[in-house]
Design a protein around this ligand. Structure first.
Ligand code: NAD
Length: 282
């Protein structure tokens, strides 16, 4: 890809995207500009590792940029965009990965009628396996959608959806890797308690997860059917699953995703309130 892309924020999400752009679609590193609030060593490292251009000079960074990606924490979006807004123009595509922040809020900060895409990737972007959902405002054209899909396609799979789905996507797949890690942590603890060697247990757990994910991914059977195939009547799985049901693990997971979804929506409201009060700090 031969477009100039500017990243506001150089944390883990920005790095995952940079690595995807440079390694997977051969973007020229000299076309990728990055800034950060204070962490110069991070900028230096990104420059060394990927050849991208670190910058503290907003006009140079945004001059001629075709895509500007906001990759700061939601609480920092207002400050970052306020700093950038006078250097944005209608030829740019603005993409935000900030959880909970609507395209309408982003537009009200920059006060410009430009295409804005809200993206929700997840941290598996770092290994090219993100599940990303994208949605956009009324100024987004097909070419912008294609471009966003291409960018996020470098770090996994990307689907385009309606913005009213984005809080739910955030609660489901944005936060999703953490739910799976939580499950792995619990499996590791139990492996210790049942006397397995930690290094063996680790390998067995990981392969079990990869195998189950691959089965769900490639088989035309439902997860329920696949589960029933593991569950012999009167056997070990049935005994184990009974405990999960008795302890309400299914309901807890459903509530977990609902609560994360609600939090995404609250974070959006918090930013709207800050915008209307003109509060730039945390
Ligand atoms: N980590 C995740 O699981 C995940 C998943 C999907 C989306 N997101 C979203 O991605 C965004 C970034 O998350 P992250 O995990 O990469 O965070 P991070 O803390 O690793 O990176 C954010 C970076 O932004 C920089 N920053 C803060 N204020 C700035 C400013 N005014 N100008 C320029 N840079 C500034 C910080 O120095 C930091 O390096 C968040 O909005 C988050 O909601 C994160």
């Amino acid at each position: 890809m031969d477009k100039k892309i500017a990243f506001l924020g150089a944390g883990s999400m920005a790095e995952a995207l940079i690595s995807g752009l440079v390694a997977r679609i051969g973007s020229r590193p000299a076309n990728i500009w990055v800034n950060n609030r204070s962490n110069d060593s991070q900028l230096e490292r990104l420059q060394k590792e990927y050849g991208v251009i670190p910058s503290r000079d907003m006009p140079s960074m945004l001059k001629g940029a075709e895509v500007v990606i906001i990759a700061v924490k939601p609480k920092d979006v207002l400050a970052a965009l306020t700093q950038a807004k006078e250097h944005l123009n209608k030829d740019m595509l603005l993409i935000s990965v900030a959880a909970g922040i609507s395209t309408a809020s982003l537009k009200s900060i920059i006060d410009l009628d430009i295409p804005i895409i809200r993206a929700m990737p997840n941290t598996s972007a770092a290994v090219g396996k993100s599940a990303t959902a994208l949605s956009g405002n009324e100024f987004v054209k097909d070419k912008d959608k294609q471009l966003a899909k291409e960018i996020f396609g470098t770090v996994g799979m990307a689907v385009y959806t309606d913005e009213n789905q984005m809080d739910a996507v955030t609660g489901l797949s944005g936060s999703g890797p953490a739910y799976i890690y939580y499950l792995i942590e619990a499996m590791q603890l139990s492996a210790e308690q049942i006397g397995l060697k930690p290094e063996d247990a680790q390998k067995l757990i990981i392969q079990t997860l990869i195998g189950a994910a691959e089965m769900v991914h490639t088989s035309d059977k439902t997860p329920l059917t696949l589960r029933m195939e593991v569950t012999s009547p009167g056997g070990t799985t049935e005994a184990g699953i009974r405990v999960l049901e008795e302890k309400g693990v299914r309901d807890a997971l459903i509530e977990c995703i609902q609560t994360a979804t609600n939090r995404s929506s609250e974070m959006g409201i918090e930013l709207s309130q800050k915008i209307s009060k003109g509060i730039l700090s945390n």
